[in-house]
Design a protein. Structure first.
Length: 256
């Protein structure tokens, strides 16, 4: 009976310690960058201006004449590294697909430089004005996701973000600059809705189109729960002590 009680208490403690809930975050910042060999001025434009075309999109693509990349950052301040219990799931919603005839591979690289969505331009991350992106400003090792041609019909586009990356962002929030999204597959363009899609008026369910990052977190028991468990444990120990005969008691002494 006693053994059974101990097992039950241990099971309760394990259940509370390992229970998890979900976190869903909206972007802290997002933007896209654009350059074109025939129009160098594009590399100096901040596209987060609400008066510009494409303000509500993240854009990725390019060919020999122009390039499009996007930036995303989620703020994990408030999450301890030990609380993160799973990989992250980045969910994007596309407004159109690529025109590539083959599969498209998207590359995701953590950024090593801070940026402001209202001022960032292509040249903020370029080696030279209208030049290539500076590889020293983002981690060359990241993760990738491959999809088939014409993947978007308004459905969700889900990309896994490694748990280790989330933990790194939670460990050093001051070094969380988000990540770069690009592709090494020649295509004209892929569009996803940015968080600015929330400002579209007169469209129902628009909030469901904005980017999100979700992951599981370990739940922390409330103080009242911990107190009840502690009382139960102490009570059980007291019960054990009462049932265990003292070595010096009369009924426990051996005759000489």
């Amino acid at each position: 009976m006693l053994h059974r009680r101990l097992m039950l208490l241990a099971a309760c403690l394990f259940s509370i310690a390992t229970s998890a809930s979900g976190a869903v975050l909206s972007p802290f910042a997002d933007a896209y960058l654009h350059r074109a060999t025939s129009a160098p001025f594009l590399a100096d434009i901040n596209w987060d201006d609400p008066y510009r075309s494409g303000y509500r999109y993240l854009r990725v693509g390019g060919n020999d004449n122009y390039n499009l990349v996007s930036l995303l950052r989620f703020d994990l301040t408030g999450f301890t590294p030990s609380a993160i219990a799973s990989d992250g799931l980045l969910r994007l919603h596309g407004s159109s697909g690529s025109d590539a005839s083959d599969s498209v591979r998207y590359l995701f690289n953590p950024l090593l430089k801070d940026w402001d969505e209202q001022t960032v331009t292509w040249n903020s991350f370029a080696t030279t004005p209208n030049g290539d992106l500076d590889p020293a400003l983002f981690e060359t090792t990241g993760w990738s996701h491959t999809v088939g041609p014409e993947p978007f019909t308004g459905s969700a586009f889900d990309i896994a973000i490694p748990k280790a990356t989330l933990i790194a962002w939670a460990t050093k929030p001051s070094e969380n600059f988000g990540f770069l999204i690009r592709t090494d597959t020649p295509l004209s363009e892929t569009l996803w809705y940015s968080k600015e899609v929330l400002y579209l008026a007169g469209i129902s369910d628009v909030a469901a189109w904005a980017p999100t990052l979700s992951f599981s977190v370990h739940s922390v028991p409330e103080p009242s729960t911990g107190a009840l468990l502690a009382c139960g444990f102490l009570g059980l120990m007291a019960s054990i002590r009462r049932r265990t005969p003292c070595l010096g008691s009369a009924e426990n002494r051996l005759p000489l």
